[in-house]
Each structure stands twice: as C-alpha cells, then as structure tokens.
Design a protein around this ligand. Structure first.
Ligand SMILES: [Zn+2]
Length: 92
C-alpha cells in the first residue's frame, strides 16, 4: 500500500491509501465529491522525525564519504593503562 496525495480546489489536500501503482490521476473529494487532482510530492520526508532523517542522511553519506574521527564518538577519552605489560603490546 502507498499513500497518495490529492488536492480538491475547494477543500485542499487529502491522502488516499491505495495499492502501489493503482492511483488514478483524479479521485472524488471525500468532503464535496468534486474531482480532485493527484499531487506529486516528496515521499513524506517532512513527516520523518528530524533525528531519524539526520541519521538516515549520515548513513547514506558514510557509504562514500565516511566521517573521520579522532576518538570513539560519544565515548570517554582513551585512558593510558598503568600496567607495564601493556606497554609492550603493539601500537597501531
Ligand atoms: Zn472537496
């Protein structure tokens, strides 16, 4: 199912949920019954919460341009061990 947006000249826009690919160019307005034309709009981006939209954008960007960070995001800064045996471990 997909949500399609239509606009009645008198009553404004409204949504109709139909199986994908079955939307007709016009439907009857649910308020006045007049023919309402289909609108072509972005796929509900405005209704996506801002934090979710930012996370999706960041994930898409990271596919080609990963963020370079100096430490683990949100984590505490790395603490040097005081165990002398750890000093012999390889560094990278
Ligand atoms: Zn109407």
């Amino acid at each position: 199912m997909a949500t399609y947006e239509y606009r009645c000249r008198q009553d404004g826009s409204f949504d109709v949920t139909l199986p994908i690919g079955t939307a007709s160019p016009t439907v009857r307005c649910p308020r006045c019954g007049a023919p309402a034309g289909r609108l072509f709009s972005a796929a509900r981006l405005a209704r996506t919460p801002a934090a979710l939209r930012e996370a999706i954008d960041r994930a898409e960007r990271s596919a080609e341009r990963p963020d370079v960070v100096g430490r683990v995001p949100g984590g505490r800064p790395a603490r040097r061990s005081t165990n002398p045996a750890h000093a012999r471990l390889p560094r990278w």
